[in-house]
Design a protein around this ligand. Structure first.
Ligand code: FES
Length: 163
């Protein structure tokens, strides 16, 4: 599939780099290194040039997204309502920084500017769910909804635990 995307573009034409990266990301959800190597060979530029562009623009990501994407609004209305504390609370609860994904790949934490719900600031969005007037105290409860369900121990294993 990566080949099909890359082959759509003319060889040795550096001007197509950004649309090509956009297509690769659209297909994969991020920019996988092996696909970038193929793209670099096709366009005739170095991997460091590709990484330079990919890291310059916020739209590109070099790692896959987690199962649940948390977007913390840091627009003006949310900033005034202490969204910095919400972000810090999420970073602490998840043990990651904004822009990172948890080790179990369950959460990715992102910072965005206004997401159009200023009247209920501060706002976070998890996948398609919006949470308004969020407080730091609510973070654990909200995150719990997106934690993978732990399998219940079978009756036999439960007995073993009792012994
Ligand atoms: S500033 Fe946060 S929703 Fe508008």
């Amino acid at each position: 599939m990566a080949n099909q995307i890359i082959e759509k573009y003319p060889k040795n034409d550096r001007s197509i780099l950004i649309p090509l990266l956009q297509d690769i990301q659209e297909e994969n959800g991020y920019l996988p290194e092996d696909v970038l190597k193929e793209a670099a060979a096709h366009i005739g530029i170095s991997m460091s040039s590709i990484y330079g562009v990919a890291t310059f623009y916020n739209q590109f990501r070099l790692t896959p997204l987690g199962k649940n994407v948390i977007r913390v609004c840091r627009g003006t209305a949310c900033h005034v309502k202490n969204s910095a504390n919400i972000l810090f609370g999420l970073e602490t609860a998840l043990n990651i920084k904004a822009g990172q994904t948890t080790r179990d790949k369950n959460f990715t934490l992102e910072v965005v500017s206004c997401i159009g719900a200023c009247s209920i600031a501060p706002v976070i969005c998890i996948n398609d769910d919006y949470y308004g007037r969020v407080t730091v105290k609510e973070i654990d409860r909200i995150l719990k909804k997106y934690q993978p369900v732990q399998p219940k121990p079978s009756p036999q294993k439960a007995e073993e635990v009792v012994k």
